[in-house]
Design a protein around this ligand. Structure first.
Ligand code: FMN
Length: 189
């Protein structure tokens, strides 16, 4: 059921780092993005895949993890992602990605969840550093980075209260809580 898959598809930021993800698995996930919608069917997205520890170690320090958890510096060694998919705009195809990368990211993360994996979109990326470290040619622009791995954290949905605050938090058991606005608050007509 798509509803169940979407409910389970929470952003995950702590993983069993020792569980590797195969390159072929990343290719299967990108194939879901390939088959997704694209404005004017321009398909300007390209992808850089990483699932080896050496490349992963170059990408990890350039990403922001859960900026709202101000006292958490991000996943420690042993809990870091096993793989990354970097979503790129090929500027020789189009100067704008529209919202294609959001659609692609969601397709990939839903596919990952179906395979028992989890992950997170990262808009907080030191783009220049990643481009340089991985030798990505300048015709490409980094739009989003997806981190992936076997989840090691529990995430639960909450309902945003009357104060309207939607900040996520982590409790003393390490459970990550994500408030969502009520349905009646978001349908305005
Ligand atoms: C476009 C976009 C960029 C995001 N960038 C980051 C990021 O840089 N770091 C991070 O930890 N989470 C990032 N997130 C994840 C959000 O924090 C997360 O979606 C939100 O807290 C709600 O949690 P949920 O995905 O479990 O519903 C991003 C999400 C989106 C859609």
């Amino acid at each position: 059921m798509i509803r169940d898959l979407i409910l389970q598809n929470r952003s995950c930021r702590r993983f069993h780092q020792d569980v590797a993800i195969e390159h072929e698995t990343l290719r299967e996930l990108v194939d879901l993005a390939r088959c997704s919608a694209s404005a004017a069917n321009r398909q300007p997205l390209k992808y850089f895949l990483s699932c080896d520890p050496e490349k992963n170690a170059m990408i990890f320090p350039q990403l922001g993890f859960a900026g709202q958890l101000t006292d958490w510096p991000g996943p420690s060694e042993g809990e870091r992602p096993s793989a990354y998919i970097i979503i790129l705009l090929d500027t020789e195809i189009s100067k704008s990605a529209g919202c294609d990368h959001g659609i692609a990211a969601q397709s990939i993360l839903l596919g990952a969840r179906e395979k028992g994996l989890g992950g997170c979109m990262h808009g907080s990326v030191k783009r220049g550093e990643v481009m340089q470290a991985l030798g990505i040619p300048p015709r490409y622009e980094i739009l989003l980075v997806l981190s992936l791995g076997k989840p090691k954290e529990k995430v639960v949905l909450e309902t945003v209260g009357t104060d309207g605050k939607a900040n996520y938090w982590r409790d003393s058991d390490g459970v990550h809580h994500v408030p969502k606005r009520p349905l009646d608050d978001i349908i305005i007509g």
